[in-house]
Design a protein around this ligand. Sequence first.
Ligand SMILES: Cc1cc2nc3c(=O)[nH]c(=O)nc-3n(C[C@H](O)[C@H](O)[C@H](O)COP(=O)(O)OP(=O)(O)OC[C@H]3O[C@@H](n4cnc5c(N)ncnc54)[C@H](O)[C@@H]3O)c2cc1C
Length: 301
Amino acid sequence: MLRSALLYLSERKEIQKWIMANPLSRKSALRFVAGEHCGDAVEAARTLAASNISATIDFLGENVSRESEARATLEEYLGLLDRFDSSGVAAHVSIKLTALGLDISQKLCEDAVDRICSRAAEIGSFVRIDMEGSRYTQATIDVFKGALSRHGNVGMAIQAYLHRTAEDVETLLPLGGRFRLCKGAYKEPASVAFQAKSEVDASYVRLMKRLMTSGSYHALATHDPAILDEARSFARAQALPRTAFEFQMLYGIRRDIQAELARDWAMRVYIPYGTNWYPYLMRRLAERPANLWFVVSNLFR
Ligand SMILES: Cc1cc2nc3c(=O)[nH]c(=O)nc-3n(C[C@H](O)[C@H](O)[C@H](O)COP(=O)(O)OP(=O)(O)OC[C@H]3O[C@@H](n4cnc5c(N)ncnc54)[C@H](O)[C@@H]3O)c2cc1C
């Protein structure tokens, strides 16, 4: 109930304006966001690297409606990759297709993805396409397939809560698809997604085992302690080496588990930055409503 309400609010522009104008909610957002500038994210990646944790950096923003905004997002990513190069920080980037103009024109978005992949390849970086709400699933897969045919350094997120994901995986694995498996963060109807946590978790574990035995390198993105235990036991039972897959978690969430995992396994943290933090923050609150009290208490402090 609260989860649905928070996900609904994540799309309300009028609430967004109010929340974003409040300096105290901005302070709360900084628990989950590295800062407003790319330098902040690169510094966060540098700090994590000292603890043997890699990073993938996301410039916050989604659903742009003007071409100029999509081009600005592209320029931001190219600047971010330049900064990896000049600072010696070896990180990946995570991109959202609706921030690169998918709502405006698929071609505009594909060209932007191509430019980001090309620049990333020059410096040995990797591009992960985030998966957004289900009305973008097919278009995201289409853009991903195109990018995969032209670039070797691109992967895509998949969502365990979608009924279609198991079939998508079977179609995309033979093409060389490399995935980040997550549960899924949007509000979806029962016609497209499992609704019960037990069903989503069971789907996650099935997909996780399929990916871990596929012979290619995938990422398991979750903070769920039971699934993390199952992943570790399965990896040991299959005698998978540390280099066979990686765990991923979100910046600022369960830092204790991040540090623990990084001792024995490859671990990467998703670091978002930028001023458009409202929908991202709301999705994090929806995942764990206990976080809401942290934000509300800051708002009235
Ligand atoms: C690296 C990464 C990339 C992602 N990319 C995408 C994407 O491209 N598309 C997409 O739809 N979703 C994405 N997600 C979000 C994902 O789909 C889930 O919504 C999110 O990870 C919460 O699910 P969970 O697996 O952690 O398990 P849950 O069942 O939600 O939570 C399990 C436990 O993890 C902890 N936890 C989970 N979330 C939080 C939180 N916000 N704050 C504090 N503790 C928490 C709690 O202890 C909770 O009990 C990504 C997640 C990660 C980690």
